[in-house]
Design a binder for this molecule. Structure first.
Ligand code: NDP
Length: 281
């Protein structure tokens, strides 16, 4: 039976630590501030944005949500970002994805000052990660690494397999695992013999977006299985891993809900605190 890497417990511990750090910053006259920009009225995005606001409030970070019309032009959205870049109350800026199709996401994300890019999606931060320089690390990959290290999973020299190659999860987590001296394989929808790749993994990260995709026969005995997926099935949230069966084979496993998602929010708070410290005069 696998050891459960509980995002819920780890995030609660981090929250206590972060409350203290915010208190210390406030004594120095700095109130960390996060601006979340939501374009349109996607219901799931609204829930994510609300949860981010609640997380800020729970640790004492000032938060501001900008709800913008779904028809906003590229130029107007850029103007909003420029204003936030110049706003000394705001240390972190997050653009909630997905953006409406008429907007150029790469251009918008790259308009945020790299120092305020708490999502770690700016080309400068992504480039620094890929060249092993200190950078703002995207929240979900950063949370995954925290869970592995905090859970006592050995990384150096281990076989890591990441299923998924998105810019926000798959690619950055693969790079972070490589930086920790894992031997990394990235799999995707065109990968041949996926099961054979997965079976070799000491660390298996599933970031696919398909419910219960990773089954017990794909998992090596004792592997650390990290389930990033968030899928809604019959009104319930489930991951990409068939948790009930995989937990009997794996050495470590993250639940959904209560796993990676919790740490993603904690790392957003972490990145905002770090930005506030770095931007302080
Ligand atoms: P994307 O849709 O951007 O990427 C999914 C990846 O899975 C793609 O690289 C795709 O391959 C690959 N894939 C799809 N089908 C298969 C298949 N049959 N075999 C192998 N690979 C496959 O998703 P994201 O990376 O944004 O998110 C992945 C999941 O994680 C989603 O469920 C999302 O909701 C969740 N998520 C959770 C977060 C959290 O905080 N817990 C944060 C962010 C995301 P290809 O590139 O070839 O198309």
């Amino acid at each position: 039976m696998a050891k459960i890497l509980s995002g819920k417990i780890m995030s609660e511990e981090l929250t206590q630590e972060q409350i203290k750090r915010v208190g210390e910053l406030k004594q120095k006259g700095i109130t960390p501030g996060l601006a979340v920009v939501l374009v349109g009225e996607d219901p799931a995005s609204q829930i994510y944005v609300r949860n981010k606001g609640i997380a800020c409030e729970s640790i004492g970070i000032y938060s501001r949500t900008l709800q913008l019309d779904k028809a906003i032009s590229q130029a107007d959205l850029i103007r909003v970002i420029d204003k936030l870049n110049a706003d000394t109350k705001i240390h972190g800026i997050l653009i909630q994805s997905p953006l409406p199709g008429h907007l150029n996401e790469h251009q918008i994300l790259s308009r945020i000052l790299p120092e305020k890019d708490v999502d770690g999606f700016h080309i400068t931060n992504a480039g620094k990660l890929f060249t092993s320089q200190d950078s703002v690390i995207a929240c979900t990959p950063k949370g995954i690494m925290y869970m592995l290290k905090n859970g006592g999973v050995e990384l150096s020299g281990k076989e890591a397999v990441v299923i998924g190659r998105s810019n926000i999860v798959g690619k950055p987590v693969a790079m972070l695992l490589l930086n920790e001296d894992c031997t990394v394989t990235i799999c995707h929808s065109r990968t041949k013999n996926l099961k054979e790749h997965c079976k070799r993994a000491d660390i298996l990260v599933a970031a696919i977006g398909k419910p219960h995709f990773v089954t017990a026969d794909m998992v090596k005995l004792g592997a650390a299985v990290i389930d990033v997926g968030i899928n809604r099935v019959d009104g319930k949230v489930v991951g990409d891993v068939d948790y009930e069966h995989v937990k009997d084979i794996a050495g470590f496993i993250t639940p959904v809900p209560g796993g990676v998602g919790k740490l993603t929010i904690s790392m957003l708070m972490e990145n905002t605190l770090e930005a506030a410290c770095n931007l302080a005069p």
